[in-house]
Design a protein around this ligand. Structure first.
Ligand code: ADP
Length: 201
């Protein structure tokens, strides 16, 4: 990804299924910004306390300390005027206000990096992610490895029968799956339905 440095800010999105390396990529970009002595502030949704209540932690145990919030509008009060880079992890859990909040921060000249799941366990767009992706200057889509066949995986398979959109967990509840092996719970899933129609099913 080539980023043109100018006076104006911008929004970068890192999206993909669970285990696709979103947190690792976010941490990598943040570490590089810190090496460049940029002023950085890191936020994540308070709901995701799987490994740590406030830090961003990857499944491979890379981590960076941050601040947990549940109302995205809080960021506007918490971000210092001098901050050059604002990072937000687990963006899918936030209210759609995240679009106007990140636009505001970018309009103030800040680099805003947002990581989140683009699809939920049914294979449907997750929360504010589609709108965020439209608002962003840069979108990086990550893929994981399918746990059934080893192909690139775009989907997050829930391994339990829970039906809430949000059930926080890691490898004990979810695994990455490719298009072929993803088994959504409902029948009206566009990605899967198209597969079945093609196969005559
Ligand atoms: P995300 O934030 O997208 O959930 P993380 O950055 O937390 O992903 O974790 C990525 C790491 O997860 C990989 O580097 C690898 O060590 C581990 N991992 C576990 N299962 C898988 C998988 N199915 N595909 C790819 N990486 C996996």
């Amino acid at each position: 990804m080539q980023i043109i440095h100018g006076k104006s800010g911008w929004i970068e999105i890192i999206c993909g299924p669970m285990f696709s390396g979103k947190s690792e990529e976010l941490i990598k970009r943040l570490r590089r910004a810190q090496i460049a002595k940029r002023r950085v502030q890191i936020f994540k949704h308070g709901m995701d306390a799987r490994y740590d209540a406030t830090s961003i932690v990857s499944h491979s145990q890379m981590s960076l300390p941050g601040v947990a919030i549940s109302d995205i509008n809080e960021i506007l009060k918490l971000v210092d005027d001098r901050t050059e880079l604002v990072a937000i992890d687990e963006a899918q859990f936030f209210h759609e206000d995240i679009v106007s909040v990140t636009n505001k921060l970018a309009n103030q000249g800040k680099r805003v990096i947002v990581a989140g799941l683009d699809l939920d366990y049914k294979g449907n767009p997750f929360g504010p992610m589609p709108k965020l992706m439209c608002a962003a200057e840069y979108v990086s889509k990550q893929l994981a490895i399918c746990m059934s066949c080893g192909d690139p995986a775009n989907f997050t398979q829930r391994l339990t029968s829970a039906t809430e959109q949000v059930v926080v967990g890691a490898a004990e509840i979810y695994e990455a799956r490719c298009r072929q092996h993803f088994e959504p719970p409902a029948e009206d899933i566009p990605a899967k339905k198209m597969n079945q129609e093609k196969a005559g099913g």
